[in-house]
Write a new protein. Structure first.
Length: 380
């Protein structure tokens, strides 16, 4: 009966509606889990060793480490900002809504808009990345895993070991049964070959949102011989991602979702995906913390810990411009913050920034259409 209902749902409900139902279901489950107050704790930590602020965390114990990851980016070592021991320097991070708080997502996806030629996409890459693709791409080919033996080998020898190598014993592994389900019916499991050697695999599926089709990476996998060699992993990882993009483009998708990562502007993985054309997107990422900025010194806090936030369903970015750093240092600090997919960029300042600095910061987004609105917020 359950299988019949599932078939009926697939036939009668559009793919976009099914996606929205899955998101609504995930949000409801998360809300019910957050409501279990006996799982909550109150803890305190500093967002970086040299920070003048403390963060008080109120929420599930299981999510405390995630809150630390999102806000534990230390300020630049060259800037020794003054210590402020006042209670006004406390940041609150809660799992329940707090008046005046930012709605900070746990994770974001990096989504590449398609509907254009491969050459036009590659033209946005930096020169080093374009050169490496030209050099290495001809050696690689991609084909689907065809047999149960190939699927099982990809799972055991690439997907699971690579996840463990990246995240340790606590890595979130995809159940083998789910890998088989996606590979056989819900998506694809592709093997990446360099010359005649299998050096990677890509597990992906189709997501339809608002009538647009996304080819979405669920997970990459690599054998130990690849991920144990940093240089080799860098090459294979770039080519694997590029080939998934090629496949999405060739098969008429509207977007390629490179996959989700920690929603922290300073995160290296997010930056890696941005350089490959990935715009930040809330695609399927429903969970949030509610972060109330300190009563004073929010510009100092955000200098060390920039934050994404969701506002009216759209993504925004909050940056700090404290006293002390020069315009050149500020421009350098935010050189890699030119994310696509933002509706607004908020500059939290102690004083109005110079027009030349504003022009420099706007230039980070000049390649985007539309550009995000840049707004200045003066602190007390």
């Amino acid at each position: 009966m359950k299988e019949q209902l599932a078939v009926f749902a697939r036939q009668c409900i559009s793919p976009s509606a099914r996606f929205e139902l899955r998101v609504a279901s995930a949000r409801l489950k998360d809300l019910l889990s957050r409501a279990c107050l006996w799982r909550w704790e109150r803890s305190r930590f500093k967002p970086g060793q040299q920070s003048s602020h403390d963060v008080i965390y109120l929420g599930r114990k299981a999510h405390r480490d995630l809150a630390r990851l999102l806000m534990d980016a230390a300020p630049p070592a060259s800037e020794a900002l003054p210590v402020n021991a006042s209670s006004d320097a406390v940041v609150l991070a809660s799992e329940m809504p707090v008046p005046g708080a930012l709605q900070v997502p746990h994770f974001l996806s990096a989504v590449v808009p398609l509907g254009r030629s491969l050459d036009s996409i590659v033209a946005t890459y930096n020169s080093e990345l374009r050169r490496n693709l030209r050099k290495h791409r001809p050696r690689y080919q991609m084909r689907p895993a065809r047999t149960d033996e190939e699927i099982a080998h990809a799972d055991k020898a690439m997907l699971q070991p690579y996840a463990k190598a990246r995240h340790g014993e606590s890595a979130s592994q995809i159940a083998s049964a789910e890998v088989f389900r996606v590979a056989k019916s819900a998506g694809r499991l592709d093997l990446i070959l360099r010359d005649d050697e299998v050096v990677a695999c890509h597990l992906g599926c189709v997501i339809t949102r608002a009538g647009k089709r996304y080819w979405s990476t669920i997970r990459f996998g690599y054998p130990e011989s690849v991920f144990a060699d940093t240089r080799q992993l860098r090459e294979v990882n770039s080519i694997t991602t590029f080939m998934a993009l090629e496949w999405a483009l060739e098969n008429g998708f509207d977007y390629y979702d490179i996959g989700c990562c920690l929603a922290r502007p300073d995160d290296g993985l997010l930056e890696w995906k941005r350089r490959r054309g990935g715009d930040v997107d809330t695609l399927g990422n429903h969970a949030h913390f509610f972060v109330r900025l300190p009563r004073t010194g929010s510009e100092r806090f955000l200098w060390g810990t920039p934050l994404f936030a969701v506002e009216d369903g759209q993504l925004t970015l909050h940056l700090g411009l404290p006293d002390g750093p020069s315009d050149e240092e500020i421009a350098s600090r935010y050189r890699e913050m030119g994310f696509g997919g933002l509706s607004k960029v908020y500059l939290h300042c102690t004083r109005a920034p110079s027009e030349s600095l504003l022009d420099t910061l706007r230039s980070r987004y000049a390649h985007l259409d539309p550009m995000p609105l840049i707004q200045t917020r003066l602190g007390r």
